[in-house]
Design a protein around this ligand. Sequence first.
Ligand code: TXA
Ligand code: MG
Length: 333
Amino acid sequence: MDTVILEANEENIAKCAEMLKKGEVVAFPTETVYGLGANALDAVAAAKIFKAKGRLATNPLIIHVADKQQIYSVAEVNEGARKLIDTFMPGALTLVLPKKGNVPDIVTAGYDTVAVRMPDHKVALELISKAGVPVCAPSANTSARPSPTRASHVYDDLKGKIPVILDGGMCPLGLESTIVDMTKTPPKVLRAGAVEIDEVAKVIGDLDTEKVMVDTLAALKVPVGYVPKAELVFSAFYDNMSDVINKYYDSNKNVHGYRPVIFCMNFNADKYKGRNVMLMGESVAEYAKLLFERIREAENLDYNLIIAEGVPMGGMGTTVLSRLIKLSGGKVI
Ligand code: TXA
Ligand code: MG
């Protein structure tokens, strides 16, 4: 199968909406990462997503909607969920809710709950609204690869396996949505993501964050989640972390074929003089946005050892650290 990349203009969005209606899959941009979408009410279409990604049938998909009302057509919405929908949608928050009978089992991997979100991205919203159906979509990467933040990343992973990628440029947030399971009391955070957990707690009060902590700790023992082609290690955050990073860089450079690169904040670049660096921006939010992007860039430049600066805990720092732990399998230097 040929895979075409189409600029996300009016005409091409309409073309892709037609493909969704006909049961085809379409990769499209959202504000978090690119998704691989299909009609969420069509089991045969949804099956194509699992095949293209090499995704386990036990891993359910998120349903994307174009307006808040559409959420009520696929899920039972309780009081807390209604507050979160009103506050955060459209946006990078996914809610797990009891599902309605029209959602095929393959989409929810047989669970009686369904994950739903309304993306805050013009192209995604137009595509879903023109298709006229809710759209189930995981991130548009091959399973176990970092999530794609550009059309070219999707192409690198899925060329030959999907018919079309709508190119809407770089994803503004660059990392996945925060997921909260609203069927639990208190609601349970399943994934730390682009919306800060503290912001969610401000709206509905107490949240169970144990799973996020346990998953993070589990990754320290058994590498789970993403597998970059380059090996990744990271430093804890402290004043003199550049000393440790430089030492690690120098002792590995040219040993066993290592080509290292340092991921650092722009304002720290001077501390790594004479070494290869890639810049992660001026703030933790920019670091979060650029992380997956820089990993794929580093791989394309044939770096095979990424040494990443740590960031302080709290807010988006917690999300960034959870991704660094997943990516490195917990290798802290
Ligand atoms: O930002 C995002 O969330 C992106 C964009 C494309 O929307 N999507 C994304 O999808 O990251 P994916 O499939 O890569 O991650 C979705 C996660 C999976 O870990 C899945 O297990 C979980 O959501 N999930 C989906 N439905 C669920 C359910 N009913 N109960 C619990 N977890 C669920
Ligand atoms: Mg994913």
